[in-house]
Ligand binder design. Structure first.
Ligand SMILES: Cc1cc2nc3c(=O)[nH]c(=O)nc-3n(C[C@H](O)[C@H](O)[C@H](O)COP(=O)(O)OP(=O)(O)OC[C@H]3O[C@@H](n4cnc5c(N)ncnc54)[C@H](O)[C@@H]3O)c2cc1C
Length: 224
């Protein structure tokens, strides 16, 4: 926690518990990574969606060495990584008091490149495991040339904040007699039926695929 990661607006929604912060980062699938790209008159903010993974007190990002975002970040430009979990739409009796229930984490800092081969391999495995737990044991290990051809950045979780809302609508007392329906529409990750490619058609679907799930609010669209 630092001055710039201290919530100013609705500070009662701040969550300082490290375990809760880790849980959000572990449940999220995608981060939005922001930085200022370019220099001088062409400098501009940009926010790019990316996969990420947490390992202890660091986050890993990866991608092509050609990625502008990764090249800019590894040159020392500070990044801001945001992970948001939407839990529910909050329907109140007035437009003003409609809201969302959410858990979100913002991490700021300077990412550095992971150059040690073994650490890089472990980070790439973490990225696979973060997205699809149990997957890395089912696939061939990465070739050295694949590891060399991928940029991996590590960002410490030193400067991070979490904000959460988990409540029903908060209506004006005068509105409580209004006839409009009020309450929550829970929102979660929808998971469909796995679709095998040609080479996997007819093969048994492994457990890590069949039972992939994410978060308590998951909406499972698979046939029963
Ligand atoms: C869910 C998700 C996960 C992803 N995970 C990764 C990852 O782990 N690693 C990775 O390297 N890339 C990932 N990508 C792709 C990533 O968003 C970028 O497109 C890619 O990294 C190239 O970044 P760049 O800075 O080099 O883009 P550039 O091509 O240099 O960006 C130039 C401009 O293109 C536009 N642009 C770039 N990316 C996007 C985009 N995704 N959507 C809309 N406009 C865009 C923006 O206007 C940007 O200013 C992911 C995308 C999604 C949606």
């Amino acid at each position: 926690m630092s001055e710039r990661t201290t919530l100013q607006r609705k500070p009662e929604r701040a969550v300082d518990d490290r375990g809760a912060i880790h849980a959000v980062l572990d449940e999220g699938l995608m981060a939005h990574v922001g930085l200022v790209a370019g220099e001088g008159g062409v400098a501009h903010p940009v926010v790019i969606p990316m996969l990420y993974a947490r390992d202890g007190d660091v986050l890993y990002l990866h991608g092509s060495p050609a990625s502008r975002l990764l090249r800019t970040a590894k040159a020392g430009v500070e990044v801001c990584v945001t992970v948001t979990l939407l839990d529910a739409l909050v329907l109140a009796r007035s437009g003003l008091h409609h809201s969302m229930n959410y858990r979100s984490v913002v991490v700021m800092g300077t990412a550095t490149e992971v150059t040690d081969h073994e650490t890089k391999v472990a980070a790439l495995d973490r990225l696979v495991e973060h997205t699809i737990p149990g997957r890395s044991a089912q696939i061939r290990p990465a070739h050295d040339i694949e590891v060399k051809g991928t940029t991996v950045l590590v960002l410490p979780l030193d400067q991070c904040s979490m904000k959460a809302r988990a409540a029903g609508p908060v209506d004006d007392p005068d509105d409580l007699d209004e006839p409009s329906w009020a309450g929550l529409i829970p929102v979660g990750v929808a998971v469909g039926e796995p679709e095998p490619d040609e080479g996997s058609t007819g093969n048994p679907v492994p457990g890590h695929v069949a039972f992939w799930s994410r978060g308590p609010g998951q909406v499972n669209g698979r046939a029963g």
